[in-house]
Design a protein around this ligand. Structure first.
Ligand code: HEC
Length: 196
C-alpha cells in the first residue's frame, strides 16, 4: 500500500512534465504495450478466479476481503516477476486510497466517453512516458469492465451482510450502482525505464 501511494504521488508529480510534452525521442512507450497488456490480462484473470473461488467457498460477505487483499497480493507477486508497480483506480472508488490522480482521472474520463460513443472497453488502453528527477517511467492504463461476478459487491442491489460489511469498512464507499458492461475502474501500471 505504501508503495501504491508512493507510486500515485510520483505520477502526480510527473503530470506537469507529461502534459508539457517533455517526452524525449528515446523510449517510445509503444514498445511496452504488449508487455503491459499481457500483465493486465493475467492480473484480471487471476483476480476474477480468486473472487469466484472465495465467493463459492466462503460466501460473498467474507469474500469482500478478496477484492481488497488479493489484488495487492497478485500485484506484489507480478511486480516481483515483471518490474512493474500495479494499482487499480476508478472514477468512483470504494477505498479512498485508490482515488485517481488528475492524469488517471483524465484517462478514465476519456475511456468512458469513448465507451458512451459505442467503442468496446476491452480494446481500450493508454500508454505514456512520465518523468521525475531525471528518471523516466512508462505508465499504462486499461479499463476494467464490470462483469456479472462483480455485481455482488459493486452492483445496484448490494444488500444484507455484504452491504453491512462494506458500510463498516468503507464508510465513504462510492463503488456501487454499476451495471454489467460498464467501466468499473482501470488498471494503472508504472515501470521505471532502465538506464535513463
Ligand atoms: C466480494 C466483494 C467484491 C467483489 C465480488 C468485487 N469487488 Fe471490487 N472491491 C471490493 C472491495 C472491498 C474493494 C476495496 C478494496 C480496497 O480496499 O482497496 C474493491 C475495490 C475495487 C477496485 C478498486 C477501486 C475502488 O473502488 O476502490 C476495482 C477497480 C474493483 N474493485 C473492481 C472489481 C471488479 C472488476 C470485480 C469483478 C471482476 C470486483 N471488483 C468484484 C469488493 C468486491
Amino acid at each position: 500500500m505504501k508503495r501504491n501511494s508512493r507510486m500515485r504521488s510520483a505520477i502526480l508529480l510527473f503530470l506537469a512534465v507529461f502534459a508539457a510534452g517533455a517526452q524525449a525521442d528515446e523510449g517510445d512507450p509503444r514498445q511496452y504495450v504488449e508487455e503491459a497488456r499481457g500483465i493486465a490480462q493475467e492480473f484480471a484473470a487471476e483476480l476474477k478466479g480468486e473472487l469466484e473461488k472465495a465467493i463459492e467457498e466462503e460466501g460473498a460477505s467474507r469474500a469482500i476481503g478478496v477484492c481488497g487483499e488479493a489484488a495487492p497480493d497478485i500485484g506484489a507477486r507480478l511486480a516481483g516477476e515483471t518490474g512493474w508497480a500495479f494499482g487499480r483506480t476508478a472514477l468512483r472508488v470504494r477505498n479512498p486510497r485508490n482515488a485517481p490522480d488528475s492524469r488517471e482521472r483524465a484517462v478514465m474520463t476519456s475511456f468512458q466517453q469513448q465507451h458512451a460513443e459505442g467503442i468496446e472497453l476491452q480494446g481500450m488502453e493508454r500508454i505514456g512516458i512520465v518523468e521525475e528527477g531525471g528518471l523516466r517511467y512508462v505508465h499504462y492504463m486499461k479499463p476494467i469492465p464490470t462483469q456479472q461476478v462483480c455485481l455482488t459487491c459493486h452492483g445496484g442491489d448490494v444488500k444484507g451482510p455484504i452491504q453491512e460489511a462494506l458500510a463498516k469498512r468503507y464508510p465513504a464507499d462510492a463503488a456501487t450502482g454499476f451495471q454489467e458492461g460498464e467501466m468499473r475502474g482501470a488498471f494503472t501500471f508504472i515501470k521505471p525505464l532502465e538506464g535513463r
